[in-house]
Design a protein around this ligand. Sequence first.
Ligand code: NAP
Length: 265
Amino acid sequence: MKRLENKVALVTGGSRGIGVSIVERLAEEGAHVAINYHSASSKQLAEDLKEKIEAMHNIKAITIQANVGVKDDVERMVSEVEDTLGDVEILVNNAGIAPFESFLTLSEETWDMTYQTNVKSIFLLSQRVAQKMVKKRAGKIVNITSTASLLVTSPVIPHYISSKAAASQLTKALAIELGRYQINVNAVGPSTVETDMTTEMFEDKENYQREVEANPMKRLGTSKQIGDAVVFLASDEAEQVNGHLLMVDGGLTVKAAQPDDHLQH
Ligand code: NAP
């Protein structure tokens, strides 16, 4: 028996980057997976991933376009999962954006969009799926926050860093609020992982090398390692783990930052 056999999971931002590894690991463990995407350009990626995991793991998958920061989209998406796969038992709030803009010229639109995608989405989705989880007295919610929720990581992007701190604190508050219904709410905090989100930052090879050097393990993490952590928190093995921020960061958040660890952007 696989660890997540026949569970129904919804992964936001599941067609690209870290989301792909989360989807693949959940499917590998036997879960049926709803893959959310937002951009039209990600539709084909989501479809290809659906076909791949269905063929490899004998599970059911669906793809759903939705903006996780918009209530009507969230309602439509969760209803579609319920109608096709069943009630959501594992919610992974992975979708996120990190616009690389400097504080002094940051627009109000970018600030609002960052909070809408990184924080409000967790409120909207968790509230919607919790309605069913509360009745069943079971459920797992895993939020992908960041080492940036604990440290001022570099490059310094205040809107992103503060949104991730809010997401981590929201994780803890929901853990207390929903724990009484046997719903576990935890977070996984990656340090830097190479995805589209970090491409711009690593165009400068010196930035990449400094990031590696700043990490106590002298290497970056991988998307698969994030997927592994999500599987653990979504499984019965984590039944008594609630309100935890699991940093998958090589020890970065327990190390005192050195001034020259900081990158320019
Ligand atoms: P990515 O490659 O840029 O992918 C971002 C994902 O979020 C995409 O699937 C995107 O969907 C989705 N998304 C963005 N806005 C959305 C919206 N309004 N509605 C629905 N989906 C939306 O980023 P990543 O590196 O995989 O990051 C995944 C998560 O890990 C994020 O929460 C990020 O903050 C966190 N994280 C990443 C790193 C890192 O170094 N990569 C480090 C710490 C934390 P579309 O493609 O459809 O737009």
